[in-house]
Design a protein around this ligand. Structure first.
Ligand SMILES: C[S@@+](CC[C@H](N)C(=O)[O-])C[C@H]1O[C@@H](n2cnc3c(N)ncnc32)[C@H](O)[C@@H]1O
Length: 748
């Protein structure tokens, strides 16, 4: 029998379900009484806990970021809500139509939420848990909640907590309004001393400046807000706004920073600082063209400004990226290796894509021009990004949620709250069957729905390595000792989110820090839909297993691979499976050349179990064994056989290559690109080095194989600026070191 405390919330629900509203109300009444009596106990529990801690932040104890069942954020204007006191709160209820006016009376404790005790005007108290709070490093909790601060919780949810206590739980950050010290809604007894009221705009501004110097940015903003309320002279107000703009820039409130500094663009008071902050805000908002104009205006008026000259150059780099897709990938790799989180200073390029309706799978991303395999379609900086740096021992790395979708929900929610003009861009991303509220703002504040973001991130975000290059090549600038320790990251990319799935993709995504690089893997005609795999196709996955992997997205894949698999008879599949088993045994025990011949025979037999040409449906079970065989032939210096089997890898992947198959050294040209897998880079290098060994006087063959190796590398890694260092030099060394075709020296 369970010895747990009876769960009153559960009991109330049960009684209601059993149609016993009277008993349910009695129970609620009992709970109300408990809550009213418990002020001292509640405070004592919080303080005992608080005092047992060396720091109010419990590090690394964030094991339960899971969300409760979804509920909608409050959309009611405050004047339509009725004040509710703690004694009237009912267990298990979202008090729609009500709000609580509460004041913090204990220090906060940070766990999965920020927890503090709040009192109401009748001196009752309630423990309150504020979820979706950002890292201490990003926003110190003391900046959000400290003793004496007053808030309004809209439509509060009073519930039983997992530890058996009762309290308020807030999951939508937009459901809480922290009141400034001077606010008409503040009860008389909580209002600051008359002295505080008497502060002049200058004093309040000075307080703001002091806070700004100490890095207490939210406090500084509150001081400037208060200063502006009492500022009498326009010049005084403008200085305060200028300072507030700086504080907002630093906390990522770029729209507000621009609002304050924007006045300076208009030229009312054309100060260097004003123009600089306006241009910086525009830069951070990704409005590079406008930012560029303001920096130019600034430099025309103040030609000596070194900072503005530097920023102007930086903005020009962004414009080159945004308008022409010209990126310095080497510098991006270096930044991704050095920075934690690896958030890069680049602009998004989306020159060759557009979003349109598809037939049957919602909106999709389409190509606007004919593009060739390897071409850059999209290079997108994450809208929001969460990262766990495994090589660091900092507080950031200690968090169990860093780099996960749960943390990305929090990061995204805060970014939206700070920059509300982006809300519709994010909330219009696919969110399945979740029905969000229609309102976007209330009481002049943005509405941010945690549960909607959770759905959006589940269906659209990408988990990624710190950089795709690390998967295969260890990475640029990463010490040997740190290789192989995967960092964890997760990002939301608002353009790439429109790409639908196909196992037989025509595009591939790769990552450099928080940047997603999307390249064509096949030639794509203008107007054709761009598709990539959400999960890569696997040789040992049945049709059912593939669909199971995609289940979370709520569709069945109908690509060529899935359709063919579904149509293949069980008899054929069984035969293929038996042959693959034989192959597996044969490859474990290869004896001499006859063993290799047996393997070739088995591979030929497997080819016969396919009834459709590989050029139409790639043969997932074959490319990998052919590649293994290519490696063997390369290692025993059999260049002809290396070339023959390497071409079989390419063919099994669905490529059509124009060449004379009667001659192993005939010129060749890829006419159709196939399925893009990373080991294809290695395959091209086998061809390249084998041609060099076999026909050193036919450099055009090597050159062509190298060119395809480079294109394949570019698609899989995102760029080819690192190709020479990672692949080219090693291949060349193998060739010039005496024609050694053994590829063991190349870590592919
Ligand atoms: C990341 S979104 C892609 C964009 C989405 N189509 C939209 O309208 O926003 C993922 C969702 O697109 C749809 N989808 C993606 N690939 C699909 C496919 N191959 N067939 C059918 N629906 C697909 C599914 O509803 C899936 O949950």
């Amino acid at each position: 029998m369970s010895k747990e405390r009876p769960n009153s919330e559960h009991l109330v629900k049960m009684l209601e379900e059993q149609d016993a509203p009277g008993q349910a109300e009695n129970l609620r009444q009992l709970e109300r009484t408990k809550a009213k009596k418990a002020r001292d106990d509640i405070v004592k529990i919080q303080m005992t806990w608080y005092e047992s801690l060396t720091t109010p932040i419990i590090r690394g104890t964030n094991p339960n970021p899971t969300l409760p069942p979804p509920y909608l954020p409050s959309v009611a204007p405050i004047e339509e809500l009725k004040k509710i006191c703690i004694e009237d709160l009912q267990l298990g209820i979202h008090h729609r139509g009500s709000y609580s006016l509460l004041r913090a009376i204990t220090p906060y404790i940070r766990t999965a939420s920020l927890t503090t005790v709040l009192e109401d005007e009748k001196d009752n108290a309630v423990t309150s848990h504020f979820y979706q709070q950002r890292d201490e490093e990003v926003q110190p909790a003391a900046d959000i909640i400290s003793e004496g601060m007053v808030c309004i919780i809209k439509e509060p949810w009073y519930k039983l907590m997992t530890d058996g206590s009762y309290g308020l739980r807030v999951d939508h950050i937009s459901d809480v309004m922290w009141l400034p010290e001077v606010d008409a809604r503040m009860p008389l007894k909580w209002q600051p001393q008359p002295d505080d009221f008497a502060k002049t705009a200058v004093q309040l501004k000075e307080n703001g400046n002091d806070a700004l110097k100490l890095g207490k940015l939210h406090k500084a903003i509150k001081c400037y807000d208060a200063a502006l309320q009492v500022a009498k002279v326009p010049e005084e107000a403008q200085v305060i706004k200028l300072n507030r703009s700086l504080a907002n820039l630093r906390i990522g409130c770029f729209e507000k920073a621009l609002e304050d500094a924007g006045e300076f663009i208009a030229g009312v008071m054309n100060t260097e600082k004003g123009l600089y902050r306006a241009a910086r805000s525009l830069y951070e908002l990704g409005r590079f063209q406008e930012g560029h104009r303001v920096f130019e205006t600034l430099l025309a008026a103040f030609p000596g400004s070194e900072a503005a000259t530097k920023e102007l150059r930086r903005t020009e780099d962004r414009l080159r990226e945004q308008d022409h897709g010209l990126f310095n990938f080497m510098a991006m790799h270096e930044a991704a290796a050095e920075k934690a989180p690896p958030c890069l200073d680049i602009a998004t390029y989306k020159g060759l894509v557009t979003i349109k309706m598809t037939e049957g799978h919602g909106r999709g991303l389409f190509s606007t021009r004919d593009v060739a395999a390897g071409d850059l379609l999209l290079c997108e900086k994450a809208f929001s990004y969460s990262f766990l740096d495994n090589s660091s021992t900092s507080l950031r790395s200690a968090s169990a949620v860093k780099g996960t979708p749960a943390d990305l929900v929090t990061t995204t929610a805060h970014k939206l709250l700070r920059n509300p003009s982006a809300i519709s861009t994010v909330t219009s991303l696919h969110h399945g069957t979740y029905e969000p509220v229609k309102e976007t703002t209330v009481d002049g504040m943005p509405i941010v729905d945690t549960f909607l973001l959770d759905r959006i991130i589940l269906l659209n975000a990408f988990q990624s390595p710190r950089a795709s290059i690390l998967k295969n090549y260890g990475g640029v600038g990463v010490p040997e000792t740190e290789r192989g320790k995967p960092d964890r990251s997760c990002g939301l990319y608002v353009n790439a989110s429109y790409v639908n799935h196909s196992c037989y993709s025509n595009a591939r995504r790769s990552f450099i820090g928080d940047v997603l690089v999307l390249r064509a893997t096949r030639n794509i005609a203008a107007g054709q839909e761009i598709l990539f795999w959400y999960a890569p196709p696997k040789a040992d996955h049945s049709y059912e297993m593939t669909q199971e992997k995609l289940r979370g997205w709520g569709f069945y894949c109908t690509c060529e691979l899935c359709t063919y698999d579904q149509e293949t008879s069980n008899k054929k599949k069984k035969k293929r499976a038996a042959l693959l088993k034989e192959l597996d045994i044969a490859t474990k025990d290869v004896v001499g050349e006859s063993g290799l011949a047996d393997i070739e025979k088995l591979l030929a037999a497997i080819e016969h179990t396919y009834t459709v040409p590989a050029a139409v449906v790639p043969r997932l079970t074959l490319w990998d064994p052919y590649l293994a065989l290519t490696r063997v032939y390369a290692s025993i210096q059999e260049p002809e056989k290396t070339i023959t089997t390497a071409w079989k890898v390419v063919a099994a992947l669905g490529f059509i290559v124009k060449r004379d198959i009667s001659s192993v050294v005939s010129p060749f040209q890829v006419e159709q690109w196939g399925l893009m897998v990373d080991p294809l880079i290695e395959t091209w290098i086998h061809l390249w080095t084998a041609y060099e060994c076999l026909v050193p006087r036919r450099p055009e063959l090597c050159k062509k194989a190298e060119e395809y190796a480079r294109t394949t590398y570019r698609i899989c890694i995102g760029e080819d600026e690192t190709f020479e260092e990672k692949v080219g030099t090693v291949a060349r060394k193998a060739i010039h070191g005496g024609g050694d075709l053994g590829m063991a020296s190349i870590t592919l």
